[in-house]
Design a binder for this molecule. Structure first.
Ligand code: SF4
Length: 261
């Protein structure tokens, strides 16, 4: 169904962006869980659930922000407009009670605990992010991995130092008591489970920005997984997300980041 476009730059009815959690498994396969934050239910819904809702109007793709939204009669227009286009928040009064769903990063990359550090490194580079949630089979967070964790793991396995060459004099014996011949050792793969920070601080998507900012500052963390009613990851909130929201609320033009975490 076609959606009404903006009239004089204003959307006539609220738009609710579709968020996606990409979960990468140890086989490299990605599964995507798409959800929408329903302000009436104050929880996540799926797109099919919206499509069967009597308030549903249309799906709308905004080419400028590359965001697909559910358009429905679910609340005050100003709130929906903010979600459809983050630039619309410019100059609005700072509202620390606004839900995290309004400002979190909506496309979140997650990994399963069995994913190797090499694959995590590739994901961090490919998506231009600095950390990601580690999730169980149901998509619930069990830990966080960051660039710092990857670097620490590399340092611990000696990837950042040149290995010392072992030279033995003729009369010395090798330090390992092994038989002559070839010896094949399987390298032990380091995985997300080995390097993640297992204690997960997380917040529900309807929690306020005030609560999230306070928790992050108190705990000294840079990012929080944001979860739905069933405990699954639906987004991620970074310290930069909070700063962007604050700057925008103070009237500065701050475009949405292409890739964040
Ligand atoms: S269509 Fe219905 S379920 Fe979906 S966001 Fe709107 S009110 Fe909520």
């Amino acid at each position: 169904m076609m959606s009404p476009g903006p009239i004089n730059g204003e959307h006539p009815i609220p738009h609710h962006p579709i968020r996606s959690a990409r979960i990468v498994g140890d086989d490299g396969e990605e599964s995507v869980v798409a959800t929408v934050y329903c302000p009436l239910k104050e929880r996540s819904t799926t797109v099919p659930e919206c499509e069967s809702c009597h308030r549903f109007h249309a799906l709308h793709f905004d080419a400028a922000s590359r965001t697909t939204s559910v358009v429905c009669h679910s609340g005050p227009a100003s709130r929906g407009e903010e979600r459809a286009d983050p630039l619309r928040g410019v100059g609005r009064p700072v509202n620390p009670e606004a839900p995290l769903a309004d400002i979190m990063t909506r496309d979140v990359v997650c990994v399963r605990p069995e994913v190797t550090v090499d694959e995590i490194t590739a994901l961090l580079v490919r998506h231009g992010i600095s950390g990601m949630p580690v999730v169980d089979a149901e998509g619930k967070p069990v830990g966080m991995v960051s660039r710092a964790d990857v670097l620490r793991a590399a340092q611990e396995r000696g990837d950042t130092e040149e290995s010392e060459r072992l030279t033995l004099r003729r009369d010395e014996v090798a330090p390992l008591d092994i038989e002559q011949g070839f010896h094949v050792y399987e390298p032990v793969e380091t995985t997300a489970r080995d390097i993640m920070t297992p204690v997960v601080l997380q917040m529900h998507e309807s929690a306020s920005i005030r609560q999230a900012a306070s928790l992050m500052a108190y705990e000294g963390v840079h990012r929080l997984p944001v979860t739905s009613d069933d405990g699954k990851v639906v987004g991620i909130l970074s310290a930069l997300d909070v700063l962007r929201w604050f700057g925008r609320s103070c009237g500065y033009l701050i475009p949405p980041a292409r890739k964040r975490a």
